[in-house]
Design a protein around this ligand. Structure first.
Ligand SMILES: Nc1nc2c(c(=O)[nH]1)N[C@@H](CNc1ccc(C(=O)N[C@@H](CCC(=O)N[C@@H](CCC(=O)N[C@@H](CCC(=O)O)C(=O)O)C(=O)O)C(=O)O)cc1)CN2
Ligand SMILES: [Zn+2]
Length: 790
């Protein structure tokens, strides 16, 4: 039986009709980071596996009930999008795609228990974890599956089914959300044993039966709908040819939709395409037999009438409420948009552009923001309400929601004219920008001046900036925020920490020191708190990876710097040591990438505003005698547009903003930058164009792969490829570090090579950091000695 017989019934709105309102996913960390606390307690051995499961089940239960109370009352309207750590890792654990180095952790039936699941994410003393990288153009990181010809693929976990049953038994018919098969394989990397030319996508024929079996189990359990997320279809920047991707989509959804009977062998399928426009993949999706397609109509285009006709047998879930930013929706305009789509005759329902896990739970707790700003915002719960309102407007007519529309329009009008949103002095400065503001002069002359000033040994050692954020530091900051610690007491505590970190680095024998960043809650939020134009939240936590969260700042107005932000700490640190201390700043692109950005001015304008503020900070640091200043841009790759055609313009403004920030200093002042958490191969040209004197870059986990690409590009600047993977609790041995230094020295002119860890040390403890840095210095000294004797 083919689903062809069933689809018309769907379109006529049988019991399988897609709900009028939904969201593609909801935050899973919990309104008070309950999941973070539970999982970290499990890791620390303070709660058992059974207790962890119990706490997670309670969180899921509260989340479901909450979403129903917010108006997602129809069957399948509530997404079942829980994860203990990561949605891509969940597929690995479901289809049993466990790399051989973890084989000993599997149960006899191939499944992973909770501890083994976390071991894939975090590694342990013996085994390196899966690699972690950016999820599309977001600050969320997923775990990269490793797939080879040998990878076993079979259904080994029924967690997805069990969570559906759990919800149904509690009275809520949910819609399970699973990363789709094409995206799963496109995001995977070839396993270590895979032969040259192998692509994970080659395994699609073996993966599809596993998905089919999973869908069958969901059907058996009575699930009316399943959501398969296929965000990889909105990008054309993968290294797989577009035709290959389109063929994969056709094959996958023939196997999962056309070849399986809806209702009997599978639930109805919602294929979701968040983060952009399906472009040339839309006709392929339209031609498939899935019952519903969710389009991102915030980043993507509203489909043309003929395309909507092509979708005629399907429900179009119009993603008109932005899941990836916090601005309150223009309900008037968004309702008009869905009305226009519905007028074309197909079945249209209302959804979000992406999952809501990119935004915090609710604005309700953020009373410190001020009524004005708060009224401009919508976090996850407020977005659920928007979706429900729009759906009601579509079904019952505009008048039914006139009050909500008027309130949204009034908030938008208030925002457009509020003080601080547009500041003429800031605009005048960016308007006066000239090309000479972006030029530092000849790099070789700078190198000579800096060498004379700094007098560093060959292979200078340094760290990336942060030292462990100890409980003492966080407790002091929390006490300061509650008013229990005075400013003077808090400052004294931070100075004591800086003094400790400086002494430790001297003892270990590092060449270029850092102050350790104890005073920073976060490398972006810290600056947002000190710059005009930003607001910060109290409880606006968003998952960045695993249990790690950030409170993205809200960039709502024109940006300027009322006062120096870092000078006193760096000057204090420098006063304690004759060795150079690096000034430490976060660059414009990263500040923007890890904040919620404005939707009312071009990103390039904001980047230049931040660039000028940082330029003033660099000038102040230089005037205070600081000889080396690092401007971190770990997010440079993150904002790279998912469509190649949009990339040059992005690279132009992002690189310019960094140069604006850094090109005001003298030739003898050494500018460093730092990049991590991404594959930087495709933006090497932009990294070179930053014109930094020294670039430190994550490299240890991929065993210096990036260096081949740097060498091929003729990169002739100072470079510090990370030799110590700070994401793992393992302490690297002198031998291992020596080996990586050897690999690096083979690829980089020894006169340009720096030795440093992959990234900052803030998430680690001193028990690991002290021996690791000691080993790093020992390995460097051995390498120096070897070079001298060669
Ligand atoms: N914004 C941002 N994005 C980033 C990174 C980053 O550093 N910042 N790094 C990359 C990887 N992502 C990361 C994201 C978060 C963390 C991280 O360590 N987050 C901490 C919170 C950091 C923080 O904001 N700390 C605050 C608040 C800490 C806190 O939770 N305080 C307690 C009270 C104090 C206590 O008892 O500990 C509370 O509020 O409940 C502070 O130090 O002041 C966490 O989840 O645990 C690390 C890496 C990429 N994206
Ligand atoms: Zn980093």
């Amino acid at each position: 039986m083919s689903n062809q017989q069933h689809s018309p019934a769907l379109a006529q709105g049988t019991n399988l009709a897609f709900p009028a309102a939904t969201v593609l996913g909801y935050p899973r960390i919990g309104p008070n980071r309950e999941l973070k606390r539970a999982v970290e307690a499990f890791w620390a051995g303070r709660v058992s596996a059974a207790q962890l499961e119990q706490q997670a089940a309670e969180l899921r239960s509260r989340t479901r009930d909450h979403l129903v109370s917010l108006g997602l009352t129809e069957p399948a309207a509530v997404p079942s999008s829980f994860s203990f750590y990561d949605q891509v890792l969940d597929v690995v654990a479901t289809v049993g795609a466990v790399p051989p180095r973890f084989a000993h952790l599997r149960a006899a039936d191939g499944s992973l228990d909770r501890a083994a699941y976390f071991a894939l994410a975090r590694g342990d003393d013996e085994v390196a974890p899966l690699e972690m990288t950016k999820w599309f153009d977001s600050n969320y990181h997923y775990l990269v599956p490793e797939i080879g010809p040998e990878t076993e693929l079979r259904l080994v976990s029924d967690r997805i089914v069990a969570e559906y049953v759990e919800a149904r038994e509690a009275g809520v018919v949910t819609r399970p959300v699973v990363v789709g098969p094409v995206t799963f394989l496109l995001l995977s990397k070839p396993s270590n044993d895979a032969p040259a030319g192998f692509r994970p996508l080659d395994r699609l024929p073996d993966l599809l039966p596993v998905y089919a079996e999973l869908l069958g189990r969901l059907a058996d359990a009575g699930a009316p709908w399943v959501q398969l997320d296929e965000p990889a279809l909105v990008t054309d920047a993968l290294d797989v040819p577009a035709e290959r991707v389109r063929a994969a989509v056709t094959d996958a959804y023939r196997a999962l939709a056309s070849d399986l009977a809806v209702g009997a062998q599978r639930p109805a399928i919602l294929l979701a395409a968040p983060y952009g426009d399906l472009g040339d993949n839309l006709p392929v999706v339209a031609a498939s037999d899935v019952e519903a397609v969710a389009l991102d109509l915030v980043k993507g285009h509203t489909p043309a009438p003929d395309v909507v006709e092509g979708l005629a047998r399907k429900t179009l879930v119009a993603g008109v409420v932005d899941g990836h930013n916090v601005w309150r929706a223009d309900l008037d305009a968004r309702l008009a948009q869905v009305e226009a789509l519905a007028a074309l005759g197909g079945r249209v329902t209302v959804g979000t552009s992406t999952s809501l896990f990119h935004v915090p739970h609710t604005t309700a707790a953020e009373t410190q923001l001020g009524a004005g700003l708060r009224s401009w915002l919508a976090f996850a719960d407020e977005k659920v309400a928007e979706v429900v309102t729009l759906a009601r407007g579509l079904v019952e007519g505009r008048d039914a929601v006139a009050g909500e529309i008027a309130a949204a329009s009034a908030a938008l009008a208030d925002r457009a004219t509020a003080a601080g949103v547009r500041v003429e002095a800031v605009r005048a400065r960016t308007a006066g920008l000239t090309p000479s503001d972006l030029e530092r002069g000849d790099a070789a002359d700078r190198r000579t001046a800096q060498a004379a000033r700094l007098g560093l040994p060959p292979l200078p050692t340094t760290t990336i900036g942060s030292f462990p954020q100890t409980t003492d530091i966080r407790v002091a900051r929390a006490a300061h925020a509650r008013g229990e610690l005075s400013d003077a007491q808090y400052d004294a505590a931070m100075e004591a920490e800086i003094a400790r970190v400086i002494a430790l680095q001297e003892e270990i024998g590092l060449d270029v020191l850092v102050h350790g960043e104890p005073e920073r809650n976060d490398m972006v939020q810290y600056f947002a708190e000190l710059l005009d134009g930003f607001a910060v939240t109290r409880n606006g936590w968003v998952q960045s990876y695993g249990t790690r969260c950030t409170r993205p700042s809200i960039l709502w107005g024109d940006v300027s710097r009322p006062a120096p932000m870092t000078v006193r700490w760096t000057r204090f640190a420098q006063s304690l040591t004759p060795r150079p201390v690096k000034g430490m700043l976060t660059g414009p692109v990263t500040i923007m990438a890890w904040s919620f950005v404005r939707d009312d001015v071009p990103l390039a304008e904001t980047a230049n505003q931040i660039g000028f503020a940082l330029r003033d900070e660099l000038a102040d640091l230089e005037a205070a005698g600081v000889a080396i200043i690092q401007v971190d841009e770990p997010a440079l790759r993150e904002l790279l547009p998912l469509r190649r055609a949009d990339q040059p313009a992005y690279l132009d403004w992002s690189v310019s903003s960094f140069r604006l920030a850094t090109s005001g200093v003298r030739p003898g002042t050494q500018v460093h930058t730092h990049l991590c958490y991404s594959e930087f191969g495709e933006v090497i040209g932009a990294i070179d164009a930053l014109d930094a004197d020294v670039t430190s870059i994550e490299a240890a986990r991929s065993r210096m792969e990036i260096l081949d690409e740097l060498r091929a590009s003729g990169f002739g600047r100072g470079v510090g490829p990370g030799v110590y993977d700070i994401h793992s609790p393992r302490v690297p041995s002198v031998e291992e570090l020596g080996e990586l230094i050897g690999l690096a020295a083979a690829d980089v002119d020894p006169g340009l090579l720096w030795i440093n860890p992959d990234c900052g040390l803030k998430t680690r403890g001193y028990a690991e950091v002290t021996p690791a840095l000691t080993n790093l210095v020992a390995a460097t000294r051995a390498a120096r000695a070897a070079q001298v004797t060669v």
